[in-house]
Each structure stands twice: as C-alpha cells, then as structure tokens.
Design a protein around this ligand. Structure first.
Ligand SMILES: [Zn+2]
Length: 358
C-alpha cells in the first residue's frame, strides 16, 4: 500500500509498504480522508519533535523514524480482529490517535490518560498513520460515526475534539461570551464548538480572509481586526462593560495573550490552546486583581463521543473548514507547501491516500 513516511526534517517520502495485519482486539480501517495538521508541518519544518528519531525507539510503540504520518483521519472498517464484536465491516469510523501505556486507565471515567508518561500519537510516534491506504488500530481508539456524516467532514472530528476539550476546560456555559484569539484551524473550530453550545463568540484575527470565513460559517457573532480596532474596548462595548467570560489563546503570540488577559471580566477564565515554543509573559498583577483562572489544554480525553454527537446532530457543520483535497503524491508540494506559504486561504487540506473521492 502507499504511505507517506517521515524520515526527518524536510524529508517525507511516499513509499510502497506492506499493509498492516489485523491482530486480536484491533480494527483494520481503509482510510478515506486524512487532514494535514499544524503538528505535521512542525515536524516537517522544525522536527523531529513528536516523531522518535531514527534509532531511538519510542518507549511504547518501539518504533522510530521512518514512521507513517497522519493522525486526523476517517475511514471504513475493512476487517475486525478476534474479539471485536461491536463493529461491523463497512462501518464509518474515526480514530482517537493515542499511543498510551497498557497499564494506564483509559476507561470512560478517566480524565487524564492523555497526560500519562510517554504519551504520543498514532501517525507521529508510530503504529501507522492516516496518510496511508490502511491502518490497524486497537478497538479502544476507534469511534463509530453515523453514515449521515460525510467521511471528508468526519476527518475533522479529531481537531474538533481538541477544540471541544479546550471548551470543556473553560467551564463556559450557554449565554456567556467567549473571546477567541486567532482564527486558524483550531481557533475556528473552537469558535464552532462554542457557538454550538450557545455561547456568543467574538473572534480577534488579523487576517481578513479568516475573519470572513468564521463569519460566513456562522461560528462567530463578531470578528474584530486587532490592527484597526481596540479589542479590549470592543469586547467591553459588546458586553455592557463587563468583559468576556472566557478567552481562548489560539495563536502563541504575546500581544494576543496580553489582550485576552485585559479583555476578560473579573473571575474570567483563560485557556491556552496553542503550543508555545518559547516562554511567554503574563501580567500576573492583572491575573491577581481580577482573580482570573489561567489553564492549559492539550489534545482530548474521552472527548470524542460528545464531539461526534455535535457533528451527528448537525449542530456543527464541518464543511466550511475543508479548503482542499489532494492525493498522497501531492502531499508535500500541494499540501505542506500550501499550508506553509498560503496559510490564510487554507484551513484544512484533506488527503485521500487511495485517490478515491478526488
Ligand atoms: Zn492534529
């Protein structure tokens, strides 16, 4: 089968490799669509980061580069391993792409399996990836999705789960006002989850295209250009002087962080969603004087069922966020290069490893 394999910095190769075999307790999935994620771009430009370097096997997967990439994917069940009796061949599924130690409790009540030692992701730390025609995944990480949800949209459920978990961490409730700093893929999807939960969303975003996209998609009530408008004043104006109840940092840009701290109401909640490659400064006097809660969020934990429900019920339409579809052979030139050089026009580029649907 064809697979996109990461060898190292700026070295991704499309190769023919053996298709993986099902084992007891696993599910073979024919990948329909796989999204290209900012994390993949990071591995390509600045990595290896999550990918274990060649010769340094990951402690859980036992694998090192080259590894197959792709962790945001949907597909169709092709074969069931022994003991898997609650899925059927032909079912549509998405994968919660975790590589987690066998002795960690990953049951439905767990709130922290994603924070366990040596956690990594399928498609980064080994165990195959969505940028291949087929993958075999442990049943625990396979989530069925209604056939009413198109498979291309289902490929966005993974990044949507990131947004869902971030929103959950904020404790926001219906009727409140959220300020989202940045409308890249994760900012836009965070806005989508918030709007689906009847939260009023204000987005601050420099790019006009991105502002227009969240407004057109109906996932933001207001989209502000911080180069032209004083965001803090505008948020106060829109909240009768109170400030935002919750804020989401989705840019890893210092001035955005400062603005969010300023724009929050007393006892507001700030959630840091973006990955910061450097130290940031935060005005702790303001945090203290307003009794703000500042929290981080990473990936998701038991978030997929509720996220899938939001999509299946039609409360979130993922179609507006799909901005391109390509084959595996175009991964680097049409996919990575577009996202690196023209990231305003592209939100999510989907890859069809088999070429079907293009
Ligand atoms: Zn991702």
């Amino acid at each position: 089968m064809k697979a996109a394999r990461y060898y190292g910095n700026r070295d991704i190769r499309i190769e023919d490799i053996d298709a993986p075999a099902v084992e007891p307790g696993t599910v073979a999935i024919d990948v329909a669509w796989c999204g290209i994620c900012g994390t993949d771009l990071h591995e390509y430009l600045d990595g290896p980061i999550f990918v274990p370097e060649h010769g340094h096997p990951h402690p859980i997967s036992g694998e090192s580069a080259p590894i197959t990439l792709g962790h945001e994917f949907s597909g169709v069940v092709a074969e069931l391993g022994e003991g898997v009796d609650d899925l059927q061949v032909g079912d549509h599924v998405v994968v919660e792409p975790y590589i987690i130690r066998d002795d960690v409790d990953t049951g439905p009540e767990s709130h922290d399996y994603h924070l366990s030692p040596d956690m990594n992701f399928i498609g980064l730390g080994g165990r195959g990836g969505g940028l291949a025609e087929r993958i075999v995944v442990k049943r625990r990480w396979v989530h069925p999705v209604s056939k009413d949800v198109p498979l291309d949209e289902a490929a966005l459920i993974e990044p949507l789960s990131v947004a869902y978990h971030a929103v959950e961490r904020s404790g926001v409730s219906a009727g409140q006002v959220a300020l989202v700093g940045g409308a890249g893929p994760i900012g836009a999807l965070t806005a989508a989850v918030l709007t689906a939960l009847d939260v009023t969303v204000i987005v601050s975003e420099l790019s006009e295209l991105r502002r227009q996209r969240v407004l057109d998609a109906g996932v933001a009530a207001h989209a502000i250009d911080p180069s032209k408008v004083d965001v803090v004043e505008e948020v106060r104006r829109l909240t009768d002087g109170r400030g935002a109840d919750v804020a989401f940092e989705c840019t890893s840009v210092q001035p955005v962080l400062d603005t969010l701290v300023e724009a929050l109401r007393p006892t507001g909640v700030l959630v840091i969603v973006s990955i910061w490659g450097k130290r940031a400064e935060i005005d702790l006097h303001k945090v203290v004087m307003k009794e703000l809660d500042v929290g981080g969020t990473i990936a998701y934990v038991n978030s997929h069922p509720a996220t899938i429900e939001l999509v299946e019920s039609g409360k979130i339409d993922l179609k507006p966020f799909i901005t391109g579809k390509i084959g595996l052979d175009g991964l680097v030139e049409e996919g990575f290069d577009t996202l690196i050089n023209r990231n305003e026009t592209a939100v999510k580029i989907l890859v069809s490893p088999s070429g079907e649907g293009l």
